[in-house]
Design a protein around this ligand. Structure first.
Ligand code: G1P
Ligand code: ZN
Length: 543
């Protein structure tokens, strides 16, 4: 039992500017690949010696092996204590909560979020800082720089730790505490929401169905909804976390969460349904035969926040990512609070939350959260909705339609062209970028371009500037089309087209989304020549 220094050669290919490393499992299994990245993390953390780190992941294939490696490397690198989730499990929001509650130095989170898992699936690793949020660019750039020049790593050679029993063990000088990954998180939820009212609702004839998609929230949802809130056994479906997510794609949208969609749009449908993704930070909310867009969800939570104990005193502000619909902007305006538009990616909310400029945040990509942690939080959003439903006694559909009556409806949809060839996709974006100068004032049928730009964001807290965050084309009637390339895809390029229109007239709200947006969808094609550049006749995923 001793520390070994192993010689290695650098080959890390982390994308600069991304908060972690996400690759296929087979890449992570290459000799020294994981170790290089982990050593680069430790080398980039000033003052981590003797401190506490949190460690856990979404339970996907390679999670357990990676945890054993990281524990041994942490011991060899002088870490004082590691809190690791039992079974190696920790949802991303729970990891954030645990880092904060234990005032840990930081944490290592293992997940490829909503990407498929298993031997042929994806794996990922990222570092979160003391506030519980993803490491800022300063740290990720340092990790990236290290990983390019690394020539050795340190690992303590010893037997594996038993991860399946709550215990305190030692590797060399370092303490390893195997902790319950659910309890601290469940306690936090209980402090924010009116559990008594939700319990009453769930024990009435109000029926809910939670789909954990065989991913990490199974462990959390069963404990919170069935055990603590008294929902009937079986309320949580696909609730056993599996290393390959049962072969599914653990992304809670209308396409991949089809099991849940069938239940909520089937005969005898329950009143409420929700799904979450691989690592538990995303959520999809459904009512009986009703889909709530994530953009509307953020707007509804904002409008009703004071009904929830944790937010009863109101919100300091709200923030949404640029492509997220402007529905929440209208609520913020009415409430007289600030609304921030940030680039895509949760990390941009961190400063606003830390500075208490925003209390709630959301992204159109099924991400919603608040200042209770520094990650988006799927089950938090579900509990927020249930709290609102319990207090108002309304159905999901009533809540949303009443909301539209007050604020108008933002029709919204995202069209993804996944795994298209990278070069033409970049050409499409370059072409649009060059068009932004000439587009304003141009007329396309009923639409007149109001503005066009490549979104640039100046962080109001630290002044940092993020450029080239996506092409926005705004029209004079409040409609928008946004184009950007995904930063998380692992194959080729993924083009995302976000389409939004605004309808104040309640008598026109009952139109099917894709029908309502058809003229703008056609306009997106006319302006961007999507078919020509992607060689695709239609999007892969429409949400
Ligand atoms: C996607 C989503 C984005 C989210 C990110 C991580 O990124 O669009 O909102 O923050 O996943 O969950 P993208 O692939 O679009 O870069
Ligand atoms: Zn996720």
């Amino acid at each position: 039992m001793s520390t070994k220094t192993i010689t290695t050669t650098p080959f890390s290919d982390q994308k600069p500017g991304t908060s972690g490393l996400r690759k296929s499992v087979t890449v992570f299994q290459k000799p020294h690949y994981l170790e290089n990245f982990v050593q680069s993390i430790f080398d980039s953390l000033e003052g981590v010696q003797g401190k506490t780190l949190v460690l856990g992941g979404d339970g996907r294939f390679f999670n357990r092996q990676a945890i054993q490696v990281i524990l041994k490397m942490a011991a060899a690198n002088g870490i004082g204590r590691i809190l690791v989730g039992k079974g190696g499990i920790m949802s991303t929001p729970a990891a954030s909560a645990i880092i904060r509650q234990y005032k840990a130095f930081g944490g290592i989170v293992l997940s490829a979020s909503h990407n498929p898992g298993g031997p042929d699936g994806d794996f990922g690793i990222k570092y979160n800082i003391t506030n519980g949020g993803p490491a800022p660019e300063k740290i990720t750039d340092a990790i990236f720089a290290k990983s390019k020049v690394i020539d050795s790593y340190k690992i303590f050679e010893t037997a594996d730790i038993n991860l399946d029993k709550l215990s305190i063990a030692r590797i060399g000088e370092m303490a390893v505490e195997v902790i319950d990954p659910v309890e601290p998180y469940a306690r936090l939820m209980e402090s924010l929401f009116d559990f008594a009212s939700i319990r009453k609702l769930l024990q009435s004839d109000f029926r809910i169905c939670i789909d954990s998609m065989h991913a990490v929230t199974g462990t959390y949802a069963k404990d919170i909804f069935e055990k603590s809130l008294g929902a009937p056994a079986g309320t949580v479906q696909n609730g056993i976390p599996l290393e390959d997510f049962g072969g599914g794609h653990p992304d809670p949208n209308l396409v991949y969460a089809h099991d849940l969609v069938e239940v909520l749009f089937g005969d005898n449908a329950p009143d409420f349904g929700a799904a979450s993704d691989g690592d538990g930070d995303r959520n999809m909310i459904l009512g009986n035969h009703f889909f709530v867009t994530p953009s509307d969800s953020l707007a509804v939570l904002t409008a009703n926040a004071t009904l929830v104990p944790g937010y009863k005193d109101g919100l300091s502000g709200v923030a949404r990512s640029m492509p997220t619909s402007e529905a929440v902007d209208r609520v913020a305006k009415k409430l007289g609070i600030d609304c921030y538009e940030t680039p895509t990616g949760w990390k941009f909310f961190g400063n606003l939350l830390d500075a208490d400029r925003a209390t709630l945040c959301g992204e159109e990509s099924f991400g919603t959260g608040s200042n209770h942690v520094r990650e988006k939080d799927g089950l938090w959003a579900v509990l927020f909705w249930l709290n609102i439903l319990a207090v108002t006694g309304k159905s999901v559909e009533e809540i949303v339609k009443d909301h539209w009556k007050i604020y108008g409806r933002n029709f919204y949809s995202r069209h993804d062209y996944e795994a298209v060839a990278s070069e033409p996709a970049m050409e499409l974006m370059d072409r649009l970028r060059s068009m932004t100068v000439e587009l304003p004032g141009k007329q396309f049928g009923n639409y007149t371009v109001d503005y066009a730009d490549d979104f640039s964001y100046t962080d109001p807290v630290d002044g940092s500037v993020s450029k080239k965050q996506g092409i926005r084309i705004g029209f004079t009637d409040g409609s928008r089309i946004v184009f950007r390339l995904s930063g998380t895809g692992t194959k080729g390029a993924t083009l995302r087209v976000y389409i939004e229109s605004y309808e104040p007239d309640a008598s026109k709200h009952d139109v099917e989304t894709q029908v309502g947006l058809k003229p703008l969808i056609d306009l997106a094609e006319e302006i961007a020549l999507i078919r020509q550049f992607t060689q695709r006749e239609e999007p892969t995923v429409i949400t």
